[in-house]
Design a protein around this ligand. Structure first.
Ligand SMILES: [Zn+2]
Ligand SMILES: [Zn+2]
Ligand SMILES: [Zn+2]
Length: 116
């Protein structure tokens, strides 16, 4: 059965309307959960630090103040299999942390950023 996850809190729903129509004010300005658009896989990654987790709720509920205003990791929603490509220069890496830690002259942030 398909599963849909909220990318803010990690709540799981069996249908997309359930997710989108369920009120949950902490998750967004509109008071609703936000759909996680990444692929379902055995690993979930933080898009800011590259940490990996076995489940989306684990990632989202793990406190890690450097990663975002809310003090939590932020889910990466791109493709998670194969090579990681920088969306600015196209260089490829074997894993996300390597990509995020290296500097990129083409990127506005100064570091490579993953392509979705
Ligand atoms: Zn939510
Ligand atoms: Zn993180
Ligand atoms: Zn780059």
């Amino acid at each position: 059965m398909a599963a849909y996850y909220c990318k803010r809190c990690g709540a799981k729903f069996d249908s997309l309307p359930d997710l989108l129509n369920n009120s949950w004010p902490p998750c967004a300005d509109n008071g609703k959960h936000q759909l996680f658009e990444g692929e379902e896989s055995s690993k979930y990654y933080c898009k800011l630090c590259g940490a990996d987790f076995d489940s989306l709720p684990d990632l989202l509920n793990n406190s890690w103040p450097p990663c975002a205003n809310n003090g939590k990791h932020q889910a990466f929603e791109g493709k998670v299999s194969g090579q990681w490509l920088c969306k600015h220069c196209g260089k490829d890496f074997n894993n996300l942390p390597d990509l995020l830690r290296n500097s990129c002259s083409a990127s506005p942030s100064g570091n490579h950023q993953p392509k979705r």
